[in-house]
Design a protein around this ligand. Structure first.
Ligand code: SAM
Length: 230
């Protein structure tokens, strides 16, 4: 199936248009997996299965995903896969990544591509990155979503400064951070490099201000302006 065909079938409800990756982002993931010939894939944060369905269509192989809150999404991710005829191609764990990923590592599972789009708090993403590293084979990729968030940017910065065994790969999409595992972690126990970044400081705070708290005339004006500029 092509991304166009998938998106015709996928149902993303009006009550949550923000959670799923964007159509352009899903297309990027699809093209990337196809181009690299990736077969072994894992995803943290399944929600409506937009990313999952694109990963599965591109690889044509079994995909692994975990998400403890599929009920919150009215089971729509799994229903979407049923409709696409892809349900059998997914091994789904209705559980937190901090339970699923260590268990997979203990079993000796390895992946070529891991998509992190689950808990978006700094420590949640860092823990997911930690386990993604253990689960990635040499040359494998980890892709993090939502770099508009300070939390994601800081994890990205941590990897860039402290993990020389990971190489940052530029993508045309600003909301992604992609790394390839290119070596072994050879830090000694004393190794630590400070990491900080200005990137996303502005975006994060503006988006939080716009989307949380009381609606004000100023916020409404900003939304109207955004619609006009579309
Ligand atoms: C932004 S949505 C993912 C969207 C999805 N990638 C898509 O394209 O449809 C984030 C998801 O992460 C899940 N999540 C939150 N914390 C998690 C955790 N610790 N482990 C696994 N999934 C988690 C949420 O339930 C939610 O479904």
């Amino acid at each position: 199936m092509t991304p166009e065909e998938i998106n015709k079938v996928l149902e993303i409800p009006d009550w949550d248009t923000a959670s799923a990756v964007k159509v352009t982002e899903a297309k990027f993931i699809y093209d990337f997996i196809k181009e690299k010939g990736i077969e072994r894939t894992l995803e943290v944060g399944f929600a409506f299965a937009r990313s999952a369905s694109h990963i599965m269509a591109a690889s044509g192989k079994q995909h692994y995903a975990c998400d403890p809150f599929q009920d919150t999404y009215a089971g729509m991710g799994l229903k979407n896969l049923e409709k696409l005829g892809m349900r059998e191609q997914l091994t789904f764990f209705p559980d937190f990544s901090h339970n699923v990923m260590p268990a997979m590592h203990k079993e000796g599972k390895e992946f070529q591509f891991i998509f992190l789009d689950g808990d978006h708090k700094f420590d949640g993403i860092l823990v997911d990155f930690y386990y993604a590293d253990l689960l990635l084979e040499q040359g494998g990729y980890v892709l993090m979503h939502d770099t508009w968030m300070r939390s994601t940017r800081l994890v990205e910065r941590f990897v860039q400064t402290n993990r020389k065994d990971f190489k940052k790969i530029d993508t045309p999409l600003r909301n992604f951070s992609l790394f390839q595992k290119v070596g072994k972690d050879e830090r000694n126990g004393m190794f630590f490099k400070e990491f900080w970044t200005l990137q996303s400081l502005f975006t994060h705070n503006v988006i939080i201000w716009l989307t949380q708290g009381k609606q004000t005339w100023l916020k409404k004006m900003v939304f109207k302006l955004k619609d006009l500029l579309k």
